[in-house]
Design a protein around this ligand. Structure first.
Ligand code: COA
Length: 185
């Protein structure tokens, strides 16, 4: 597996997934309550997950993990992040994120990982806005985005079907000038 360069922050490093990450990624992705308490869930067989990770660098719409999150202090990966072109016409580039190790949640790893990813996307693409969506009930996700300066731009009503019901989805975004101003402050 190959991919983009590693991104190094204060406490975490993001690097492209390797073959050796497949067991932990598979473990996270087969557990619906871990990856999808607020999302639809589709089981990914290990071979399918491996193939989608391999193909992701050439596939802008891929939902595969594009980086694994590793604490700089050492130890196993704690999560992963991705980005995908989310609309066939509009310039919508969305990020997603998962802290797969529940013990590693609430320690700022998710926020730092998403910040590194947004930095990289503004540095390496021409997009003027990076977005994200989450179930309106997903407080951890909303707070992560708001902490990073994303603005709540609206709500998709009945935007997501999961756990046998339709759910409202919060739409978030941050523009290139807003992200640059945040970095300067
Ligand atoms: C969303 C997620 C990535 C957050 O990662 P994290 O590393 O725990 O988040 P951080 O520690 O950086 O905290 C970010 C903010 O969320 C808040 N938060 C974290 N967990 C929370 C929870 N369970 N409930 C409410 N707020 C929570 C933190 O207090 C912080 O807010 P603050 O800046 O106001 O203090 C993690 O909970 C997760 O993987 N969830 C399952 C997958 C998911 O929902 N992904 C997003 C799909 S849209």
């Amino acid at each position: 597996m190959s991919g983009p360069r590693a991104l190094v922050g204060r406490r975490v490093r993001l690097r492209p997934p390797m073959e050796s990450d497949l067991p932990v990624l598979t473990r996270w992705f087969v557990d619906p309550e871990l990856v999808a308490p607020f999302d639809r869930f589709a089981y990914d067989a290990p071979e399918a997950l491996a193939a989608s990770i391999r193909g992701a660098p050439a596939e802008p719409g891929s939902l595969a993990p594009r980086y694994v999150i590793e604490p700089l202090a050492g130890g196993a990966p704690v999560g992963c992040v991705g980005h995908y072109v989310a609309h066939p016409v509009l310039a919508i580039l969305d990020v997603w994120y998962l802290i797969g190790d529940p013990a590693a949640r609430g320690q700022g790893y998710g926020s730092e990982a998403v910040a590194l990813l947004v930095d990289e996307l503004f540095a390496t693409t021409a997009y003027e806005r990076v977005g994200a969506t989450c179930d309106v009930a997903n407080l951890a996700s909303s707070k992560l985005l708001e902490r990073l300066g994303f603005r709540r731009e609206g709500t998709y009503r009945a935007g997501l079907h999961h756990h046998a019901a339709w759910h409202e989805v919060a739409v978030y975004g941050i523009t290139r000038p807003e992200w640059a101003a945040r970095a300067r402050s």
